[in-house]
Write a protein that binds this ligand. Structure first.
Ligand SMILES: C[S@@+](CC[C@H](N)C(=O)[O-])C[C@H]1O[C@@H](n2cnc3c(N)ncnc32)[C@H](O)[C@@H]1O
Length: 298
């Protein structure tokens, strides 16, 4: 069974105590933790989310271009944000779709535009509630793309499609999942993703880097009690992620030149980046903290 970060840190007490600064820590069920975190998730200065937002600005248009090139004309054209949380990247995805549609409107070659559906799913009702409000105010200014939110627990075994929300039963052409993999064993993560995707569909994944995961994990300070609340997290190395993806029938899609052109984009915090990401990033200078990779389902 995959070891949790909590178990790993217990075996390295010096690192556990330096990372916690003697603050008391409570480990709780992951979904309960996110239900509690939801209210302050977007505002508590988490630098990994900020970094992810910045990187997704470049990765999302590349991802959409690929999906459009392969699935142009597919109707319905479903895009899923797996573990959408408060909708941070669901909204970035909607903005990217909107920009893409504007470009297509000026193109004379396009004869048929399928309806685009963006679907955000998560296991936390609290996170989904925040997402609902955020998406409602964002979509007032965006296009007419259909957006819906639903509950899906990636840890529930999906043995046949009828167990999926109806909106996901006919297969997504593109799926994103950002900063979620940390909470899910690799096999379950890729199995669930595969179950909601059409063959050939693209899958853009970002996650906390294992170098950061060997020292810390997701969590927040409960404003009422001052206690650090932590969900269950796993420290997945890039090699393990790529191996599990391959085993589940995914292949890596090389990134474009502007993202380094390799298979996996990795980010280390340096002085300049820490200035952009805020005070909580300073202690991570010199550490690899984030990675992103795009797969397709074979
Ligand atoms: C760090 S947040 C990331 C949220 C969002 N994707 C983002 O990038 O801001 C992790 C998300 O994974 C969700 N999550 C954790 N375990 C899950 C599970 N078993 N099934 C579905 N979602 C889960 C949490 O509820 C939370 O919204």
């Amino acid at each position: 069974m995959t070891k949790t970060i909590q178990d790993m840190l217990k075996e390295q007490p010096s690192q556990a105590s330096s990372s916690s600064n003697a603050q008391s820590i409570e480990y709780i069920d992951t979904v309960d933790a996110y239900d509690k975190w939801a209210e302050i998730y977007d505002t508590d200065g988490n630098f990994l989310q900020r970094l992810d937002t910045i990187e997704m600005r470049t990765l999302l248009p590349q991802f959409l271009n690929r999906v459009n090139a392969r699935f142009h004309g597919t109707d319905p054209f479903k895009l899923v944000d797996l573990g959408c949380g408060t909708g941070r990247n669901t909204i970035q995805l909607l903005e990217a779709v909107s920009a893409c549609e504007k470009n297509q409107k000026t193109s004379t070659q396009v004869t048929h535009r399928p309806s685009v559906e963006v679907i955000g799913v998560d296991a936390s009702a609290g996170m989904l509630e925040v997402a609902r409000t955020a998406i409602q105010s964002a979509t007032r200014e965006l296009n007419s793309t259909t957006v819906s939110l639903g509950t899906l627990n990636l840890l529930q075994t999906i043995s046949d499609k009828s167990q999926l929300p109806e909106s996901l039963q006919d297969g997504a052409v593109g799926v994103i999942s950002t900063l979620v993999l940390e909470h899910i064993p690799l096999k379950a993560f890729f199995k669930a993703a595969s179950a909601i995707m059409r063959p050939g569909a693209y899958f853009l994944v970002t996650n906390m880097h294992a170098q950061m995961g060997s020292l810390s994990q997701a969590g927040f300070t409960d404003p009422g009690t001052g206690v650090k609340i932590r969900p269950t997290s796993y420290c997945h190395s890039i090699a393990d992620v790529l191996a599990a993806a391959a085993e589940a029938g995914f292949q890596v899609e090389p990134l474009e030149e502007e993202c380094g052109g390799g298979e996996v984009l990795e980010r280390t915090v340096d002085e300049e980046l820490s200035g952009i990401l805020g005070v909580r990033a300073t202690k991570w200078i010199g550490i690899q903290v984030w990675f992103g990779v795009c797969f397709s389902k074979v």
